[in-house]
Ligand binder design. Structure first.
Ligand SMILES: [Fe+2]
Length: 324
């Protein structure tokens, strides 16, 4: 009965959709009248326990339509930004389908009004007395039967697709509460960006593959631990590309770029496979973080690591300033 999106890469995940529904300020209620015309009206609402509820007067267009047909549609829109340079927009939205009914019990009506006060006027008390609640306010609850969420890809201020934000979001979701791995990836990203900028790398392909490789390079680590009982580089290389590829596919990146990033992820512990500047930047950035995380303090050993592994002037400079 309820349709599936024909653009799966734009489907907003359940958690983000429910968050949007809970915290949006205004929703648009769609009803159908006896005359066949739809009526879409913006209103304030609360979301709780798989229900959306709102209050209204005892008579009016909404009530007439609900008497005729209790099936409704309810839409909320989150962050929305027009991107003129791409003739598109970045956005999030959620659509609810459900059946509406009136809340009749006085205590239940007061509860909904209190939830509305908590959402829209926290710290203030519901001004309606029991008589007004009982007789002057209609409370409508929508029992939700279907929810879907949609998003447009985030763009940066230059109108470019903000691949980095998408990758960071997905990386954090995959690592969950493993903050050590999340922080590691973000530190590697930070060094990669510093090297890219200081080395004046302007090639967008190299910048994109470096940045996304930095965010996603260790993405196979949990799968390696679960499947192979080891987080060694070899197993990370085996598992990483299969997890990174769907993330990159959803970004609608060119296939060559996806293949390149998966190649780097799938070989990022194998020096002999290092075959380009994007790979080299990840190699140096990962080492810059690992020297600290592995508590390597012997200066001679660090000098040897730098001599054997670092090529960019910026990478060498950061390593020397940080560790020598
Ligand atoms: Fe790493």
């Amino acid at each position: 009965m309820f349709r599936k999106s024909n653009k799966p890469h734009k489907v907003l995940d359940d958690q983000a959709t429910l968050h949007l529904l809970k915290y949006s300020e205004v929703g648009v209620l769609g009803t159908v009248g006896e005359d066949g015309y739809p009526y879409a009206v913006p209103l304030n609402y609360v979301y709780y326990g798989n229900k959306v509820a709102f209050h209204c007067a005892n008579h009016g267009h909404k009530i007439d339509n609900l008497q005729y047909n209790s099936k409704v549609c309810f839409t909320v829109i989150g962050d929305h930004k027009i991107i003129p340079s791409n003739s598109t927009s970045a956005f999030t939205s959620a659509i609810v389908f459900g059946t509406a009914h009136y809340v009749e019990n006085l205590a239940d009506k007061k509860k909904v009004l209190d939830l509305l006060m908590d959402k829209y006027a926290p710290g203030y008390t519901n001004p309606c007395n029991d008589h007004a609640v009982a007789n002057g306010v209609t409370i409508v609850e929508i029992d939700i039967q279907h929810i879907s969420g949609k998003h447009g890809l985030p763009f940066n201020l230059n109108g470019e697709k903000d691949y980095k934000s998408i990758a960071i979001k997905d990386m954090k979701m995959i690592f969950g509460d493993d903050t050590r791995r999340i922080n590691h990836a973000l530190k590697v990203l930070s060094f990669s960006e510093e090297i890219l900028n200081s080395e004046n790398v302007t090639d967008q392909n190299i910048r994109t593959s470096s940045i996304l490789s930095a965010v996603l390079h260790d993405i196979g680590i949990h799968a390696a631990e679960q499947k192979h009982g080891s987080n060694s580089g070899k197993y990370q290389e085996i598992e990483g590309p299969g997890i990174a590829r769907p993330i990159l596919d959803r970004m609608e990146l060119p296939n060559e770029m996806i293949d390149r990033i998966c190649y780097i992820i799938g070989n990022h512990h194998t020096k002999a496979k290092n075959d380009g500047l994007d790979f080299q930047i990840l190699w140096e950035s990962d080492l810059l973080v690992n020297i600290e995380e592995e508590n390597i303090t012997n200066k001679e050993k660090i000098k040897e690591i730098i001599n054997k592994n670092f090529v960019t002037e910026t990478g060498k400079k950061i390593a020397a300033e940080k560790y020598l």
